[in-house]
Design a protein around this ligand. Structure first.
Ligand code: CP
Length: 304
């Protein structure tokens, strides 16, 4: 694998192989000696043009656990502020020795441009581009679901139904999961306010959607920063109709709860639902480190 820009870059076998490798790395991450020499003398650049906690830190830690050198590029203190382009910035970083670039950018297609326009020879990983895709998030979601459902290595998510709820319109997490979960054999149902969902989603509220008896529910963050105006009447109304409350979880006692983070507690998810026994939200974070180690490993394996 030279790049990971989209889940569309992966076959089912590729995806399962990454999940299997990440499962092995989860065990390593629990041992006293957590380091592998795999990427010694390689340099990974974290090129983040948008804020991040989970993705940026886990990519940094993943690269360090594999013994790579890591450069964290800070867009606000860089020459971007003087008008330097993405292409010139990336080529400058490669001239300084970057072997892989992990990019998060507000524009959909930014990672694709770096990977496919011939600007760079470095491997590119999409860490979220605009409202398009966030492939490593979908992989860590799939690993979390596979573990929660008790599937073994080598297996996908066959026969499971996953409900994705909320701001589908602006969600790159949904974009990647809508490709990956079906590739792994799961059925995906989407639900949310009409202004934030595709036209083929016509549930009147979350209770209605939960009547589909999903095995897991993935709550999405309401992305106010990407909304030009008001996409729903009020936060109170959003929470009432589309928020995952403890009562809604109680009515679906075996349901697995996911959220990519960061959460708007009290809006799309209540604290009791986020912290309840069905929640795998912190497991998603832990799995993110293992998945990103597996992806970086595969990227360099592909390059060689
Ligand atoms: N889920 C996710 O991408 O979180 P961050 O924005 O904190 O990286």
């Amino acid at each position: 694998m030279k790049h990971l820009v989209s889940i569309g870059d992966l076959t089912r076998e590729d995806a399962i192989s990454i999940l299997d490798h990440a499962s092995e790395l989860l065990t390593l991450n629990m041992q006293a000696n957590k380091k592998l020499p795999t990427l010694q003398s390689k340099t990974v650049v974290n090129l983040f043009f948008e804020n991040s906690t989970r993705t940026k830190i886990s990519f940094e830690l993943a690269a360090k656990r594999l013994s790579a050198d890591v450069i964290n590029f800070n867009a606000s203190s860089s020459s971007l502020a003087k008008g330097e382009s993405l292409k010139d910035t990336a080529q400058t970083l490669e001239a300084l020795g970057a072997d892989a670039v992990v990019i998060r950018h507000p524009s959909s297609g930014a990672a694709h441009n770096l990977a496919n326009r011939g600007w760079l020879t470095a491997g590119i990983v999409n860490a979220g581009d605009g409202t398009n895709e966030h492939p490593t998030q979908a992989l860590l979601d799939a690993l979390t679901l596979r573990d929660a459902f008790g599937f073994a290595k080598g297996e996908g998510l066959d026969g499971k139904r996953i409900l994705i709820v909320g701001d589908i319109l602006h969600s790159r997490v949904a974009g990647s999961n809508l490709l990956l979960l079906p590739l792994l054999g799961a059925e995906v149902v989407v639900a949310g306010p009409g202004t934030l969902t595709p036209q083929d989603s016509n549930f009147r509220d979350l209770d209605h959607a939960l009547q589909m008896q999903p095995d897991a529910v993935m709550m999405l963050r309401v992305q106010r920063e990407r909304m030009a105006g008001n996409m729903f009447p009020s936060e109170r109304e959003y929470s009432k109709f589309w928020g995952l409350s403890a009562e809604r979880v109680t009515k679906n006692p075996n349901i697995i709860v996911l959220h990519p983070g960061p959460m708007n507690r009290g809006l799309e998810i209540s604290s009791r639902a986020a912290d309840g026994s069905g929640s795998r939200i912190l497991q998603q974070v832990s799995n993110g480190l293992a998945v990103r180690m597996a992806v970086l490993h595969r990227l360099f394996e592909g390059a060689e």
